[in-house]
Ligand binder design. Structure first.
Ligand code: AHR
Length: 496
């Protein structure tokens, strides 16, 4: 057993926790839409074809908003294909995922689904095969009440009121050579700037996210962000970050330290934003939309290039307890940067690298990663506090020596929540939380994810093998809470 401690004080405030930190992502990819959220004929499906068992799980997960329709898919997609009478919609090749897109679900249907799950829409525009003109057309269709050809077409298509989409992504991963219509930094930066300016001429009250690098390992990382910011600084609200992690070659120590990488990634992008702001002598504030993040093994993903299937099984990772613990750690990283990360999207939501899985005609169930996300989304409210953390270090191959424990807290009136990760593979941590300076009282409870078998998963055959556990080894004496954190564990301690 080792000792670690966190001292909390309301003066250690990071910033308000944006509700939009808890976004999801639904791409037309694999069995995400067709056979995931939409399965006409399924015993739980409504007349609209949407599975109500999935709706219930998405509501339980607590998703603020959903990025749609991609992802790589969006860079070859014509939004007009997904509106109008369903029987008239075209079947199209989706070159991004080598699939057939039937367009049975498009903007209207997806918006109806969002109403069912109680989330907002974050709409991505195609900057690959298309650009300014089509983004403006989509904006007119979505947000103008009436009196123009496209807004009236929306009304004729059954939607009287505008969709009123506030959050927009200006393309997706435009630096990646896998991206349809990928661009150089200068090409994309200029396109993003002129399109954003024109979009604001139609609707001034938009939140616009420009593409950052696809991931920080890209050779152009840093220069790409700087170039985009130099061109588009006065037009955008966010620059995006994307990051996926997985355990490589059994190196669990590095995997458990993924949050260290995410911390450094976020801070590098913030420094780049502030550098450009300084050069421009601007008082404008640009924040980060971490609009794709998750665990993704990216192993053996072979697209069937000799056929064009509809809704094939793609990217259907099954997540272990360790994956869930790391995901909880990534949420800690996002909360530690709540002052600059104002939106984020767990990528993705159903079947495709997802916290929720389904079987055709069968059940839907929670993956291990469901639990830290749902718990954090529900309990991380108010302001984020960093606190003073004291913990021994553990060695990692990728990141050197890192603290064995990572933690962050949130304070909301007379309630606090502490989110904590034990990165040690072998040792329990005796973790003390000094809350004396917070002046709060009330019951203390600890819940989390850990298991004697860190590889345990939830599957079709054993859908409830792993669930959120009650940590009974929690106590309180005056202003100090003590909780035992098992090795490879993620825990949420609530006070009040
Ligand atoms: O989330 C899966 C894919 O990962 C997305 O389509 C793409 O944007 C990213 O590379």
């Amino acid at each position: 057993m080792f000792q670690a401690s966190l001292k909390l004080h309301s003066a250690f405030t990071v910033g308000p926790v944006s509700r939009e930190l808890f976004g999801g992502f639904v791409e037309h990819l694999g069995r995400h839409i067709y056979g995931g959220i939409y399965e006409p004929g399924h015993p739980t499906a409504g007349a609209d074809g949407f599975r109500r068992d999935v709706v219930d799980l998405v509501r339980e997960l607590g998703i603020s908003h959903v990025r749609y329709p991609g992802g790589n898919f969006v860079s070859g997609h014509d939004w007009e294909d997904g509106v109008g009478p369903i029987e008239d919609r075209p079947r199209r090749l989706d070159p991004a995922w080598h699939s057939i897109e039937t367009n049975e679900v498009g903007l209207h249907e997806f918006s109806d689904w969002l109403d069912l799950v109680g989330s907002e829409l974050m709409l991505a525009a195609n900057f690959g095969t298309r650009g300014t003109r089509e983004a403006l057309h989509l904006l007119e269709y979505a947000n103008i009440p009436s009196g123009t050809t496209r807004s009236d077409a929306r009304r004729e298509n059954g939607r009287e009121e505008p969709f009123d989409v506030r959050m927009w992504c200006l393309g997706n991963e435009m630096d990646g050579d896998w991206q349809i219509g990928s661009k150089t930094a200068d090409e994309y930066a200029r396109l993003a700037a002129v399109t954003a300016r024109a979009m604001r001429a139609i609707d001034q009250d938009l939140k616009l996210a420009a593409c950052g690098s696809s991931w920080r390992g890209m050779p152009t990382f840093g220069v790409w962000e700087r170039t985009v910011l130099e061109h588009a600084f006065d037009q955008i609200d966010y620059i995006s970050c994307h990051a996926y992690y997985h355990e490589e070659d059994g190196d669990v120590a590095s995997f458990l330290a993924s949050g260290v990488d995410m911390d450094d990634f976020i801070e590098s992008v913030v420094h780049t934003i502030e550098h450009v702001r300084a050069v421009k002598r601007s008082d404008r504030r640009i924040d980060i939309s971490f609009d794709e993040w998750n665990i993704w093994y990216q192993a053996g993903e072979t697209l069937a290039v000799d056929s064009w299937p509809v809704a094939p099984r793609l990217l259907e990772d099954q997540y272990s307890v360790t994956d869930a613990v790391v995901l909880g750690g990534l949420l800690i990283s996002l909360l530690k940067h709540a002052d600059r990360v104002k939106a984020a999207n767990l990528a993705q939501l159903v079947n495709v690298i997802a916290p929720i899985m389904t079987e055709p005609g069968g059940p839907a169930w929670r993956q291990t990663t469901f639990f830290p996300f749902a718990t954090t989304s529900r309990l991380a409210t108010g302001t984020a506090l960093r606190g003073v953390l004291d913990a021994p270090e553990v060695a990692t191959a990728k990141f050197g020596d890192v603290p064995a424990v990572d933690a962050v807290a949130t304070l909301d009136g007379d309630r606090a929540a502490v989110f904590v990760l034990n990165r040690s593979v072998d040792d329990t941590a005796r973790f003390t939380i000094d809350i004396a300076a917070l002046g709060i009282d009330g019951p203390v409870r600890a819940q989390g994810i850990w298991d004697e078998d860190r590889h345990a998963k939830n599957t079709l055959d054993a859908p409830e093998r792993v669930t959120l556990r009650e940590n009974t080894k929690v106590g309180r004496e005056n202003g100090t809470i003590t909780v035992e954190l098992p090795p490879v564990s993620w825990t949420c301690v609530t006070i009040g």
